[in-house]
Design a protein around this ligand. Structure first.
Ligand code: PLP
Length: 365
């Protein structure tokens, strides 16, 4: 049995009439860039997150970049984040002209360790960007407290955490601003690139709206140099059609996660744990195994779609060599990068498929 890491075909099969109707509607309206579909999705997604504004943009990376640019964070500034994340977190900070300053993670949650943040703050620090890795919100209460004490912004990288909760509140409403990606395989994904900035901050929302569309204040007038980072109508219509299903899909993922934990209980496989105040959405189901490469190869050979999120922490990426951060700088991130495996995870997975994944990992230990 061949089992993919994610199965977007199975998802489409369950919602085909909604998606096809949404696409048809946009083609007939010809509102391909911005327009009513984008506004409608923005309103729905802001309400879903429990925030005042959602601004649709061209990707998750653009959402991070525009949030920083919108706050005026750039050259000479530092942004504290985790080295154990997708490359785009650091990349967007660098694109804005700021320096990423890394803080090691908590080995239980894989998220930035709040206890290590204060030591990384300098006179140049402007913001803290926790990443809700694998769909589990970072420990936001202590992070927000540190930020408040030092006058820093907190920006959630919520690209993996649509619908997750911390102390009952959803990702997107846990800090000054939040950045979402709608890359196809994310928990809420479109059929191309897309992203959103979510915030209660009226000024930031206005800045991001301006910057995403060439600094345009009306059809022909531009108040400043901006960017072409708009969300398109087809993607917005697809996202609006999918949004009502998101909670059900996330519940399905949590059920699969609970079943994985049960089936792997008496093995050397280390299954995920989460803070009592979080409700994760398992964007990835990540376990640790003693012999990662051997297990990975054997599972792949058995037809199981496994992945590694992420094998190289940001400070060891060739692109960040100039930061001169040696191996050993962030030992917990480095250790996790060497031992994590992502198992197939999607709401439509059957018990038979999941049993086959579990059999394959047990055989490969
Ligand atoms: C996917 C992702 C991004 C970037 O999103 P894109 O839409 O691919 O640009 C940023 N941060 C994290 C943690 C992600 O998983």
């Amino acid at each position: 049995m061949s089992i993919p890491l994610v199965d977007l075909k199975a998802q489409y099969a369950g919602i085909r009439p909604d998606i096809d109707a949404a696409i048809q509607r946009v083609i007939e309206s010809t509102a391909f860039i911005m327009g009513p579909e984008v506004s409608a999705f923005e309103t729905a997604f802001a309400a879903y997150c429990g925030a005042k504004h959602a601004i649709g943009v061209s990707s998750g990376t653009a959402a991070i970049f525009l949030t920083l640019a919108g706050y005026g964070i750039g050259p000479g500034d530092e942004v504290i984040t985790t080295p154990f994340t997708f490359f785009a977190t650091g990349e967007a900070i660098s694109q804005a002209g700021a320096h990423p300053v890394f803080v090691d993670i908590d080995p239980q949650t894989y998220n930035i360790d709040p206890a290590r943040i204060a030591a990384a703050i300098t006179p140049y620090t402007k913001a803290i960007m926790p990443v809700h890795l694998y769909g589990q919100p970072a420990d936001m209460e202590p992070i927000n407290a540190i930020a408040q004490a030092h006058g820093l912004k907190v920006i959630e990288d919520a690209a993996q955490a649509h619908g997750s909760r911390y102390q009952g509140r959803r990702a997107g409403s846990l800090a000054d601003a939040a950045c979402f990606s709608f890359y196809p395989s994310k928990n809420l994904g479109c059929y191309g690139d897309g992203g959103a900035v979510v915030t209660d901050d009226d000024d930031l929302a206005a800045r991001v709206r301006l910057l995403r569309d060439h600094g345009r204040i009306n059809k022909y007038e531009h108040s400043e140099l901006g960017y072409g980072h708009r969300l398109d109508g087809l993607q917005a219509a697809i996202l609006a059609a999918k949004l009502p299903y998101l909670d059900g899909w996330n519940a399905g993922r949590r059920q699969r996660a609970a079943r994985y934990a049960e089936l792997l209980a008496d093995t050397p496989v280390v299954t995920p744990t989460h803070l009592a105040e979080t409700e994760p959405v398992y964007h990835c189901y990540v376990v640790r195994v003693p012999e990662r490469e051997a297990t990975l190869n054997q599972m792949q050979a058995a037809g199981i779609g496994v992945g590694v999120h992420y094998p190289i922490p940001l400070h060891l990426q060739p692109a960040y060599r100039y930061l001169e951060l040696e191996r050993g700088s962030y030992p917990i991130s480095e250790l996790m990068a060497e031992s994590v495996i992502s198992l197939p995870m999607y709401a439509e997975m059957s018990d038979e498929q999941q049993d086959a994944v579990v059999a394959a990992i047990k055989a490969a230990l």
